[in-house]
Design a protein around this ligand. Structure first.
Ligand SMILES: C[S@@+](CC[C@H](N)C(=O)[O-])C[C@H]1O[C@@H](n2cnc3c(N)ncnc32)[C@H](O)[C@@H]1O
Length: 224
């Protein structure tokens, strides 16, 4: 008799991930993302006064980079400790950013409330990828822009995820986060709701692991 594949329990996966992101000092790793955050803001061509949402902001890198450009910024993450950290950090730099707790798969904002929606190595970790992509589209106004920095499968981070999966395999049916870094996956995720899609491959060096390099892809998506 053929075995029936069980649907993965994505809520349970998310709960475990949330605990993982809340453990330890992620900000030390996040320090390596500052350059990617700045480059993403440049690629998204942010303008002063635009309403910008940074999804899965962590220690606030991309939200603060957008605030430097004079945007009205909201940074959200599902780990309350990181929201508190980002708030203090923005305060130290005299940046006005609203930091709020929320889930990328169920964004606590009305439809079309942002001109630009960004995420740096963040939304790609949501286990329900289709739901997360539809939430990015929902909160972005028609004619607005979505900018993503995603790790790719063939870089250092992709290799690291593969090594981890060998020892701690993900539950069957859970898609790898790095497929957000595969160009063909993006039209599948965003469907016909988008007007144009550009991707740029860039190398990113983890300063803390000097010799290793990683390759994020950034995607710039214009919402219809
Ligand atoms: C690799 S960190 C990146 C943080 C930040 N964007 C940066 O570039 O430094 C991933 C972040 O995604 C957040 N995250 C993952 N899944 C999320 C979800 N479903 N909703 C909200 N935040 C999420 C984690 O809490 C963590 O802060």
């Amino acid at each position: 008799m053929a075995m029936q594949e069980r649907e993965p329990d994505l809520s349970a996966v998310k709960e475990r991930q949330q605990e993982m992101w809340a453990t330890g000092n992620f900000a030390r790793i996040g320090n390596n993302h500052v350059i990617a955050s700045e480059l993403l803001c440049e690629a998204a061509d942010l303008r002063a006064g635009q309403r910008v949402l940074d999804v899965a902001t962590g220690s606030g890198n991309t939200a603060i980079a957008a605030a430097r450009r004079g945007c009205e910024v909201v940074g959200m993450d599902y780990v309350p400790g990181w929201i508190e950290y980002a708030r203090k950090r923005a305060g130290m730099e005299h940046m006005e950013v609203a930091f709020e707790v929320g889930d990328a798969e169920d964004l606590p904002y009305p439809d079309a409330s942002f001109d630009v929606v960004l995420s740096t190595f963040g939304v790609m970790f949501a286990p329900n990828q289709e739901k997360a992509a539809s939430e990015l589209l929902r909160v972005c106004r028609p004619g607005g822009r979505i900018g993503l920095a995603n790790w790719m499968p063939d870089g250092f981070t992709g290799a690291m995820f593969q090594a981890i999966a060998k020892h701690v395999p993900p539950p069957p049916g859970v898609k790898s986060p790095v497929i957000w870094g595969v160009e063909d996956r993006l039209p599948e995720l965003f469907g016909e709701e988008i007007f144009s899609l550009d991707t740029t491959r860039r190398e990113s060096c983890f300063a803390t692991f000097r010799r290793a390099t990683s390759s994020p892809a950034s995607a710039h998506i214009s919402a219809r």
